[in-house]
Design a protein around this ligand. Structure first.
Ligand SMILES: NC(=O)C1=CN([C@@H]2O[C@H](COP(=O)(O)OP(=O)(O)OC[C@H]3O[C@@H](n4cnc5c(N)ncnc54)[C@H](O)[C@@H]3O)[C@@H](O)[C@H]2O)C=CC1
Ligand SMILES: O=C(O)C1=N[C@H](C(=O)O)C[C@H](O)C1
Length: 251
């Protein structure tokens, strides 16, 4: 097998999965050994000696796929959304039984989105108000996006650390849903519009000023450098890592 990293893509026919297949095929030092779609046999991963599986499917599929990978010592690079504390705890349990195996879950693989989350967390303590607007293609299965959920959680953590009070909001009447979803005290608004891909704005507001942090993914290629970096790093990073920022030297 030499030094070439043997990589599989699960969800290989999807929007991001098909881009990942092309990226792995073109990447130096990597070989695409399996490209699995819905209904394909996961046994292909062990038969082909995959070392890393890039999981880009659906929240309903990701747990079964990851359980197979971890139990077979195959490292995981996961972009699929839908993570809850309960799911993370199950995954952590499988990893504990498979020492040396690593899984990276990245709510977003694009560097701009990772930086958006970081900047939003840094700015949060300075502003009374913070809301997130995420805008995506209308074929997206989940809302809010994994990125927006994580962004809101990071903002909430920063507000708690700074002992900020709840956000000002006098709304007492109106249509249900008009204020978006409440993620840990931070409102998140999900827009689904044909022509969009993946976009996010974080709006922060204080006395007499606002700060808007915006990121746009204009093509699925924006996620590929992060996926390839993660595939290279995950083999030396056992256990669960949540967020691509942990693989980047950001500080
Ligand atoms: N973390 C990140 O940077 C990014 C994450 N995503 C996430 O990736 C996931 C997929 O997104 P899209 O490609 O847009 O969706 P998609 O619907 O275009 O593709 C998903 C593919 O997975 C396949 N699939 C479903 N269950 C499967 C299974 N058990 N085994 C093998 N294949 C299976 C489907 O048939 C489909 O071809 C979503 O959760 C999305 O939010 C998408 C883009 C970037
Ligand atoms: O479904 C998508 O397209 C995307 N999903 C991820 C998310 O939910 O945050 C990442 C990116 O926004 C694209």
């Amino acid at each position: 097998m030499g030094d070439t990293l043997r990589v599989a893509v699960i969800g290989a026919k999807g929007r991001i999965g098909s881009e990942a297949v092309r990226a792995v095929e073109a990447a130096a030092g990597m070989e695409l050994v399996a490209a699995l779609g819905r209904g394909d046999d996961l046994g292909e991963l062990t038969r082909t000696g995959a070392q890393v599986a890039v999981e880009l499917t659906h929240p309903d599929s990701v747990m079964e796929n990851l359980e197979f990978c971890v139990r077979n010592g195959i490292h995981g690079v996961v972009g699929t959304t839908g993570w809850t504390d309960e799911r993370l705890a199950r995954l952590t349990g499988w990893l504990a039984e498979s020492p040396g195996t690593g899984v990276l879950i990245a709510p977003n693989f694009s560097i701009g989105a990772v930086l958006t989350m970081r900047f939003a967390a840094q700015a949060a303590r300075f502003f009374e108000s913070a809301e997130v607007i995420e805008l995506h293609h209308p074929t997206k299965a989940d809302a809010p996006s994994g990125t927006a959920t994580r962004t809101a959680q990071l903002i909430a953590e920063a507000r708690r650390a700074a002992d900020l009070p709840p956000q000002p909001d006098a709304t007492t009447t109106g249509l249900p849903g008009a204020r978006g979803a409440d993620v840990d005290g931070v409102h998140v608004h999900s827009v689904r519009v044909r022509g969009l891909l993946a976009h996010q704005e974080v709006l922060l507001g204080g006395q007499g000023e606002t700060l808007t942090i915006r990121h746009d993914s204009l093509h699925h290629s924006s996620f590929m450098p992060g996926i390839l970096l993660a595939a290279r790093k995950v083999t030396g990073t056992p256990g669960l890592t949540f967020g691509l920022e942990n693989y980047l030297d950001l500080d």
